[in-house]
Design a binder for this molecule. Structure first.
Ligand SMILES: [Zn+2]
Length: 385
C-alpha cells in the first residue's frame, strides 16, 4: 500500500507569506482561495481585488478547494470540519505565534524547500518566515518595466536587463527566471529580431501596448538564451495563469509554444510550464514528452482542483516523463495554500500510482520511487540541490 504522507516535498512554485493574514475571518480564509473577479468594481484595481456582493460571498465556502481545506485543516487542528471552527482554531494558534502555525502546516505537509516567485529584496525578513530552504526566481516583467524607464535604446535596455538577471543568479543565487509571456503577450509568438525590437523601443517607452509586446518577446527570447548560458530554467505560467480575467488566457495553451521552443537555439534552455497548464494538462504532458527541455509543475492545479486532482495527475503522468513532473502550489499570503498543495498531491499520487500497481502497470517499488521523485527529487535534480 503506497503512502507518501511522510515523503518530503519541494514546492516548486510559491509566493511569500503575509503576516497581515495571520488573523482571518472565516470568509476571508475561504476567499484566499478565490481566483475570480469581484462584482463591485473599484477603479484602478484588478478584478480579483474588487468587492463582493452578498450573493457572490455566499459562494466562497462552496469552492471545492475550500471544502478540502476545511476537511484537512480539521484533521491537523483536531476540530470539527466546519469553516468557522477551523478558522477560529487557526486564529487562536496564530495569535500565539504565526511562525509556529506556519511551521505546523509545513511539517504536516513535509515541505522541505520552496521556490519563491517574488520581487522582495534578498534580505527581506518575510523570507525567513518560510520554513525550510528558500530558493528565489528572478521576475522578468517588473524588471523590464523598471529598466525601460531608464533606458534610451533597446540595446541599452537589453544590456541592463541581462546584467540584472546575471547578478540575481551569480551573486544572489537565484535558481531561475519567471516570465509572464502568457499574460503579457500570449504563447503563440514568433521571435522578434534586435532590429525590430529597436524600432519598437520608442513607441513601447511611450506606452504603445503592441510595441511593448514586441519588445517583451525580444527580451523573452534573449532570456531563453541567457537561461541556457547561466544554467537556470525559465518558469512560465501556462493555462490558467491565476484567473481567466488575467491577460490573453485563451492563448496560454502549451501547444502554442511549440513553434518557438522547437527552434534549435532554444533546445537546451530548460523551461518549466507552471500551474500544470490547467486545463491543458494533457497538452503540457505531450510537450514535456516531445520536447527535450520542458518540465511541468503541477502548482495551482494542486490544490485548486482538489476534487478532480486524481484525474489531473493521471493526465500528467500518462505522457510526461515522470522525471519531469514537479509539484508546486501557487501559494500566497496564507500558509494553508502551500500546505494543502503538498497534502493533496500526496493523496492524488497515492491513488494514481496505486492504480498503476493494482493494474500491474508498475511494480510497487517503481511507484514508490516515482511518487517521491514527483514530490521532491525531480525539483532537487533540476536545481542541483
Ligand atoms: Zn502562479
Amino acid at each position: 500500500m503506497l503512502d507518501f504522507s511522510q515523503a518530503p516535498v519541494i514546492d516548486n512554485h510559491c509566493h511569500p507569506l503575509d503576516t497581515a493574514k495571520s488573523a482571518m475571518t472565516p470568509e476571508l480564509l475561504a476567499r484566499e482561495f478565490f481566483h475570480g473577479m469581484g462584482d463591485l468594481p473599484k477603479a484602478g484595481v484588478k478584478g480579483r481585488h474588487w468587492g463582493a456582493t452578498d450573493e457572490l460571498r455566499y459562494h466562497f465556502p462552496f469552492m471545492g478547494v475550500v471544502q478540502t481545506m476545511v476537511c484537512q485543516l480539521a484533521r491537523v487542528l483536531e476540530c470539527p470540519p466546519e469553516l468557522e471552527a477551523v478558522a477560529a482554531e487557526r486564529n487562536r494558534r496564530t495569535s500565539e505565534s504565526f511562525t509556529d502555525y506556519v511551521r505546523l502546516l509545513y511539517q504536516d505537509g513535509r515541505i522541505s524547500a520552496t521556490v519563491l516567485d517574488t520581487g522582495v529584496p534578498v534580505n527581506d525578513p518575510i523570507l525567513s518566515l518560510m520554513p525550510g530552504r528558500v530558493m528565489r526566481l528572478f521576475q522578468m516583467s517588473p524588471a523590464v518595466k523598471r529598466l525601460l524607464d531608464e533606458a534610451e535604446s533597446y540595446t541599452e535596455l537589453l544590456r541592463s536587463y541581462q546584467e540584472a538577471v546575471e547578478t540575481a543568479v551569480r551573486r544572489d543565487g537565484f535558481v531561475g527566471v519567471k516570465a509572464h509571456l502568457a499574460e503579457e503577450v500570449g504563447f503563440g509568438v514568433e521571435p522578434v529580431s534586435a532590429i525590430e525590437a529597436e524600432t519598437a523601443f520608442g513607441p513601447a517607452k511611450k506606452g504603445d501596448p503592441e510595441a511593448y509586446r514586441r519588445l517583451y518577446v525580444a527580451l523573452f527570447c534573449a532570456t531563453l538564451l541567457q537561461g541556457q548560458e547561466l544554467g537556470v530554467p525559465i518558469h512560465l505560467h501556462a493555462g490558467i495563469t491565476g484567473g481567466v480575467w488575467n491577460g490573453p488566457i485563451s492563448n496560454a495553451d502549451p501547444f502554442l509554444l511549440v513553434p518557438l521552443l522547437t527552434r534549435p537555439e532554444f533546445l537546451q534552455t530548460k523551461v518549466v510550464l507552471l500551474h500544470g497548464a490547467h486545463p491543458w494538462i494533457m497538452h503540457a504532458a505531450a510537450v514535456a514528452h516531445a520536447l527535450p527541455h520542458v518540465w511541468v509543475d503541477m502548482g495551482w492545479t494542486t490544490p485548486w482542483i482538489s476534487l478532480r486532482l486524481v484525474e489531473c495527475y493521471r493526465e500528467i503522468v500518462g505522457m510526461a516523463p515522470l522525471s519531469k513532473v514537479m509539484i508546486g502550489s501557487g501559494g500566497h499570503g496564507t500558509p494553508e495554500i502551500a500546505w494543502l498543495a503538498a497534502v493533496t498531491a500526496k493523496i492524488a499520487l497515492r491513488e494514481v500510482l496505486g492504480d498503476a500497481v493494482r493494474l500491474s502497470l508498475m511494480a510497487e517499488r517503481q511507484a514508490e520511487r516515482v511518487g517521491r521523485m514527483i514530490l521532491h527529487d525531480n525539483a532537487a535534480r533540476l536545481y542541483g540541490l
